[in-house]
Design a protein around this ligand. Sequence first.
Ligand code: SAH
Length: 237
Amino acid sequence: MSSSKIYAVSLGPGDPELVTIKALKYLNKCSVIFYPQTVGSSGDIKSHSGSILNCLDIDKSKMQGYTVPMKVDRDDALAAYRDVAIQASDLCKKGSDICIVAEGDISFYSTFSYMTDVFNDNNTDYEVVPGIPAFINAGAVGQIPISLQQDKTLIITGFSSDSEIEESVSNNHTVVVMKPARKKNQICDIIDKLDKSFIYAEGVGTDREFITNSTDVVREREKTYFSIFIINNYPQK
Ligand code: SAH
């Protein structure tokens, strides 16, 4: 049996210095690195993972981008992940170590979990390398604690009614809102109504990094996928 493996490597939120030593070791030793990218309507290719990889001192010729369709219907995206998983599994069976990467932590609202069925079915050995999720980095950049003592932290990627956020925030728990772009102004209304403090962070760890604790400023920002809210009343700068 081949001793080669698939490494599911977390790249951290954007700052290349937040890539772990273990991640770098596997990125250097593997033969192929699969990373996700999107293609815009004008054919422009974007990849947050690709940008992080480009900042690292690794052999760029082994980087292989795969396109994830950005449609509300997830069937095509799931097919793309499955396709990569099959390619990676085949290469691994032939004796190559393969990395599959994702930004932040690869097990946290991430793609790798959709691929593991293929590896389990094919008896392909894999190892998951954890990384720093964006919300942890946002807390550091915004210089606020994420949670303290007995307080709870609620992490959400969407909400169907304002009360989902209001109840937690009113009880002094921390609420982290991921993927908030479409609802950012609604979230600002909730924050203002409850008179809570918060940080809003875009592109943490990248050259587009932007951070504010003003709802007026957030309302004026363009919507962007790589943004996050952390709402709580802990002391902040
Ligand atoms: N695996 C990632 C999360 C992927 S889901 C992690 O561990 O953080 C994608 C969401 O993560 C984005 O919509 C955004 O809310 C958040 N995110 C990821 N990277 C970010 C960054 N550099 N700055 C701000 N938010 C980020």
